[in-house]
Design a protein around this ligand. Structure first.
Ligand code: NOJ
Length: 860
C-alpha cells in the first residue's frame, strides 16, 4: 500500500494534533472478473455465470449480493435466492476449526495447531475433514481459513485462528485448507483482508475496556510490507483459486478495508488477479455506493448495523442506485457474476443446493424453530441433528493434528516419555486448573470466553460447540491407570495448602497451565479479546515454582493460544520437561497424554517466537487516542523472528523450535537443479478484452417494487423498492465499462500475480535420518538468506520450505524443496513489481530458525 508521509515537520505537527498521518489512495477502476487467460476452470465458470446473470433482473442480481440480515435465516450469513435460475440462498457459516453453532460436529484443533504441526499432508487432511463436516450440515460457503491476523502481535486475540506468525507458513497451510474445502464442492473464504492484527478497537461501538472511538483502528502498513508479509498468504490462496475473500473490520491507512479501493480493486483484483467475490466481515461495511465502487461484492450479514438496525446499505438501496444511475450497472453485473462464477467454479450447482441448504439453525438448539428467527416466521423442524463427525477421517484428523501440534520445549535428562524415558515414575501428581474440566462445562457462554478449566480452543466466531472434550486430567489419569501408575491431583489455583502437602510425595508432578484469547466481542478477566500480557493464568507460575521447591521432577504442560512468558521457572533445575500445546480441540487431553506417555513422539514446532522479555513483542494499541486509534506498523517486514534476528534479540525459544524424543541427522544438502531467474519479471500474459453484459436501460421504477401479493417476512432484507417514488429519476447507467479496463500490471496477469512468480527456480535436496531411540517425525525447515548489503534491506533469513518425514529408527529419507521465483524476490516499491536482487543467496536447512547446520550458496 502506498502511503503518503507528509513532510516531517507537518507530520510532527499533525502527530501533535493526533490527526491521521497515513492515507490510502483511491483506485476506482474495479476490475471486471473473468479476464484471465491463464485458468481454464475459471474461464468456464465465468462463461456460465455471465450467461445466467445476463438473463437476470436487477433485483435478482441484488439478491445475490446482499445478506438477508442477522438472524434472518438459519446461518450466520445468508444471501437471497434466485428461484428462476434454481440458485438457492447461500449459507455462509464459520468457521476455521469446525462448523459453528451446531451439533454432531468435530471441534478440530485450531489453525495455529495445524501450523505448529509443520505437516502439509496433515493440514490438508484436517481441511478435508472440516470441509466434509460443513458439507454434511448444508453449508455452502465456509468462513475460513484465516491468515489475518498473521501474528504480528504476540498477544493478538485471534492469532490462533490462523497458522502462525510467518507468511510462508500461513500461505502453505491456507492453500492446502482452501484446496480441500473447494474440492469438497464448497466455497472457501480467506479472511480477514487485511491488517486485522489485534482486537482492541476493531469496531466502533464494541466494548473495548479502554474508551470510545469514532473510527476503527487503522493498521498503517507500507507498500513493501503489505506485499512481502500481509498479502503473501492471500496471494497463495488466490493462486489456489479461492472463491471468496472477507474484508476486515479495521481501517488500513485510515480507510475501511471494505471500502478501500486501493486494496480491493488494485491489489486484490488487479494485481493478484482474484476471480471470486469480496464479502464484508459482519457489519464491516460502512457505505453503500462507495463500497460497491471500491470493489466489495457481497454485504454481510446484510443489515447496516447490529441486529437493532432494520436498514441496509445495499438490498433495495443498491437497486435504487442502479436505477437512478448512481452506480454503473456493470458493477452490479460484475458482483453477481463473480459470486456465481465462484459458485460454478467449485461445483456448488452440482450439489442439489436447493434441498441441501442448512439442516441446522444457528439460533436455537431446539429441534423446532423459526426458519426466519428475526421475523418469527416459518415454524418448522430447523435442526435435523445430522451427524457430521462420526467418521474415521474426522476422528483421526482431530487427534493427529492435536498431537502434532504439541511442541517439546525442554526435556532434561530425557525424563520424558513417562514410559521409556529416564524417570519411569510410578506415582504422579496432576496439578493446575488447566488440567481439569471447567466447572461451567465445556461450552460456556458467550462463545466460549471462559477458561476455568482445560483449553481446547480460543473464543469467538472461530470456536464451535464441543460435542465432547477430553481434558488432560481425564486422559492422563486413564493412561496411568492402564499401566498401574498411581495418580493424585489438585486443581486449586490460589489456596495452595492441600496442593503443598502432595507435592513431594510423587515421583513427578505434572503441572498444567494455560492462557486464552479470542474475538473482541467477548472478554474474560479483562482480556478484551487480546491478552493483557503473556503471563500464565490462574496463578500457574506460583504453582510451578512451589512444586519445583519441593520435588526434583516437575513437568510443565502449557496450553496456549500464543506465546507465553516462561521466565520465572524455565531454567529451574527441577523443571525437567516442558510441553507447549497449541489449542488441541476436542481431544486436546488425549494428545497430551499420548505425548507424555510416549505413544506419540512429539514433532510440533513453534509457529511463533517465545521471547525472554515481553517488551520484545510488538505491543497491542490500547489507547483510543483522539478516537481514531492508529497502529503504525513501523517494524515493516520485521515481524516475529525477522524482528528478533534483525535486532539481535535472543528469544527464549525461536520460531520453528521443537524437540523430539529422538535425535535426527541431516546430510548431503545440495542444489539439485535450477536456473537463475531474471532480475525483473517477464511480461505477464495479457488479459481478455472486457465485454460488459447487455445493459437494459430501466425506464419505470414500478417494475422494481415488491411483486403483487408477496408476503414479506418482517425485517428481512429484500432487493425490491417499497415505493417506486423512492427513485427520483429512473435513468440507469448503461455507460461503457472503460472505468474498469486496465491491462495487467507487471506483477499481475495470473491467479495470485504474475505466473512466473510461482515457477520453480531451484530444487534442493537433503538427506534426513532418525538416529533413535524412537520412531517419529521431524519438520525440517528451509530458510533463505537474501543478498546482504545491497539496495534492499532484507531479514537475515526467511522460511521458504518445510518437509516432515516419518522415520523409523535408523531409517533415512531424501527430502526435496522447491524454491519458487517469489521465494527469492523482494517487492520493489518504485517499479511496483517483484525483483530478484542480484548477489549471493544462502539456503539454510535445519531444525528451527536458529538451528540451521547445513547451507548451500548460489550467486544470481
Ligand atoms: C466476525 C468475524 O470477524 C468473522 O471472522 C466471522 O466469520 C463473522 N463474524 C461471522 O461470524
Amino acid at each position: 500500500m502506498k502511503f503518503q508521509i507528509i513532510t516531517s515537520l507537518t507530520a510532527l505537527y499533525l502527530t501533535v494534533l493526533t490527526v491521521a498521518q497515513f492515507t490510502s489512495p483511491q483506485y476506482l477502476k474495479s476490475p471486471i472478473g473473468g479476464r484471465l487467460t491463464t485458468d481454464d476452470k475459471w474461464s468456464k465458470a465465468y462463461d456460465r455465470a455471465r450467461s445466467v446473470v445476463s438473463q437476470m433482473t436487477i433485483p435478482e442480481k441484488v439478491n445475490l449480493t446482499t445478506g438477508s440480515g442477522w438472524e434472518a435465516d438459519l446461518c450466520v450469513g445468508n444471501t437471497g435466492s434466485v428461484p428462476r435460475f434454481n440458485i438457492p440462498s447461500l449459507c455462509m457459516q464459520d468457521g476455521p476449526l469446525g462448523v459453528r453453532f451446531t451439533d454432531f460436529i468435530s471441534a478440530f484443533p485450531a489453525g495455529i495447531t495445524a501450523g505448529a504441526s509443520f505437516n502439509k499432508e496433515l493440514i490438508a487432511f484436517r481441511g478435508k475433514a472440516l470441509a466434509l463436516e460443513h458439507k454434511a450440515k448444508g453449508v455452502h460457503v465456509v468462513l475460513g481459513p484465516a491468515v489475518g491476523p498473521l501474528g504480528r502481535n504476540a498477544l493478538g486475540g485471534r492469532t490462533w485462528e490462523g497458522f502462525g506468525a510467518d507468511p510462508y507458513l500461513q500461505g502453505v497451510a491456507a492453500r492446502a485448507t482452501t484446496r480441500e474445502i473447494q474440492k469438497a464442492g464448497l466455497v472457501a473464504t480467506i479472511k480477514h483482508f487485511i491488517g486485522n492484527e489485534q482486537e482492541h478497537f476493531r469496531q466502533v461501538g464494541e466494548y473495548y475496556g479502554s474508551g470510545p472511538i469514532s473510527q476503527s483502528l487503522s493498521s498503517n502498513i507500507d507498500d513493501r510490507t503489505m506485499h512481502e508479509i500481509y498479502m503473501w498468504p492471500f496471494a497463495d490462496v488466490v493462486n489456489e483459486g479461492v472463491g471468496s475473500v472477507m474484508c476486515s473490520y479495521n481501517t488500513i491507512n485510515n480507510t475501511y478495508a471494505c471500502e478501500n479501493s486501493y486494496l480491493i480493486n488494485k491489489l486484490l483484483k488487479e494485481e493478484l488477479g482474484f476471480q471470486g467475490f469480496v464479502m464484508s466481515d459482519w457489519w464491516a461495511m460502512k457505505t453503500g455506493i462507495f463500497s460497491a465502487q471500491a470493489g466489495l461484492d457481497m454485504a454481510m450479514p446484510g443489515d447496516s448495523g447490529y441486529f437493532t438496525s432494520p436498514d441496509t446499505f445495499w438490498g433495495n438501496r443498491l437497486t435504487r442506485a442502479v436505477l437512478d444511475g448512481s452506480l454503473g450497472d456493470w458493477r452490479l453485473d460484475d458482483m453477481a457474476v463473480r459470486i456465481l462464477a465462484a459458485y460454478y467454479y467449485v461445483g456448488l450447482d452440482s450439489i442439489n443446493t436447493t434441498q441441501s441448504g442448512p439442516n441446522f439453525s444457528s439460533w436455537t438448539k431446539d429441534t423446532w424453530g423459526f426458519e426466519h428467527p428475526l421475523g418469527n416466521v416459518g415454524w418448522r423442524e430447523v435442526n435435523k441433528h445430522v451427524v457430521a463427525s462420526n467418521n474415521d477421517l474426522s476422528k483421526s484428523a482431530a487427534l493427529q493434528v492435536a498431537t502434532e501440534g504439541i511442541v517439546l520445549l525442554k526435556n532434561s535428562g530425557n525424563v520424558l516419555p513417562l514410559v521409556g524415558g529416564s524417570l519411569n515414575p510410578r506415582k504422579i501428581n496432576i496439578f493446575g486448573k488447566a488440567a481439569g474440566p471447567d466447572p461451567r462445562g465445556a461450552n460456556c457462554k458467550p462463545d466460549f470466553a471462559c477458561s476455568d478449566g482445560a483449553l481446547g480452543q480460543g473464543w469467538g466466531s472461530g470456536a464451535v460447540d464441543f460435542q465432547h472434550f477430553v481434558t488432560p486430567f481425564e486422559a492422563v489419569n486413564d493412561a496411568a491407570r492402564k499401566i498401574g501408575m498411581t495418580v493424585d491431583y489438585d486443581f486449586t489455583a490460589f489456596n495452595l495448602d492441600g496442593f503443598l502437602s502432595k507435592v513431594s510425595i510423587a515421583d513427578a508432578n505434572i503441572i498444567f497451565a494455560l492462557t486464552n484469547a479470542g474475538e473482541g466481542f467477548a472478554s474474560f478477566d479483562s482480556n478484551y479479546g487480546d491478552r493483557r500480557n503473556a503471563s500464565l493464568w490462574h496463578n500457574a507460575d506460583e504453582v510451578i515454582l512451589r512444586a519445583a521447591e519441593k520435588n526434583k521432577n516437575n513437568i510443565v504442560v502449557i496450553s496456549s493460544v500464543g506465546p507465553t512468558n516462561l521466565e520465572r521457572w524455565i531454567d529451574h533445575p527441577n523443571i525437567k520437561a516442558v510441553l507447549f500445546a497449541l489449542p488441541g480441540g476436542q481431544d486436546a487431553g488425549i494428545a497430551v497424554a499420548n505425548v507424555l506417555f510416549g505413544l506419540s513422539n512429539p514433532s510440533g514446532k513453534l509457529p511463533f517466537t517465545i521471547a525472554r522479555d515481553d517488551k520484545d513483542y510488538i505491543p497491542i494499541v490500547t489507547s483510543p487516542g483522539n478516537g481514531k486509534p492508529q497502529a503504525d506498523f513501523t517494524e515493516g517486514i520485521y515481524v516475529d523472528y525477522r524482528l528478533f534476528d534483525k535486532n539481535g534479540l535472543t528469544p527464549r525459544y525461536e520460531f520453528g523450535y521443537g524437540l523430539s524424543y529422538s535425535s535426527f541427522g541431516l546430510s548431503d544438502f545440495k542444489i539439485e537443479s535450477g536456473t537463475a531467474p531474471s532480475e525483473q519479471l517477464p511480461q505477464p500474459p495479457s488479459l481478455k478484452p472486457v465485454s460488459a453484459l447487455a445493459c437494459n436501460k430501466p425506464t419505470n421504477a414500478d417494475a422494481y417494487t415488491f411483486p403483487p401479493g408477496f408476503a414479506a417476512v418482517p425485517r428481512y432484507i429484500y432487493p425490491w423498492l417499497s415505493n417506486s417514488g423512492d427513485v427520483g429519476n429512473v435513468k440507469g447507467s448503461c455507460i461503457n465499462v472503460t472505468d474498469a479496463i486496465s491491462s495487467a500490471p507487471l506483477a499481475g496477469g495470473g491467479l495470485g500475480g504474475n505466473p512466473a512468480l510461482f515457477e520453480t527456480a531451484y530444487t534442493l535436496s537433503v538427506t534426513a535420518v532418525n538416529n533413535g531411540p524412537f520412531p517419529g517425525s521431524q519438520a525440517f525447515q528451509l530458510y533463505v538468506e537474501y543478498p546482504q548489503g545491497g539496495k534492499y534491506d532484507v531479514p537475515p533469513r526467511q522460511l521458504r520450505g518445510f518437509e516432515k518425514p516419518y522415520l523409523n529408527v535408523g531409517q533415512s529419507a531424501k527430502l526435496t524443496f522447491k524454491v519458487q521465483r517469489r521465494d527469492l524476490s523482494v517487492w520493489d516499491v518504485e517499479s511496483q513489481s517483484w525483483v530478484v536482487p542480484r548477489g549471493k543467496y544462502r539456503f539454510l536447512v535445519g531444525n528451527s530458525s536458529r538451528d540451521l547446520p547445513l547451507s548451500a550458496e548460489i550467486t544470481i
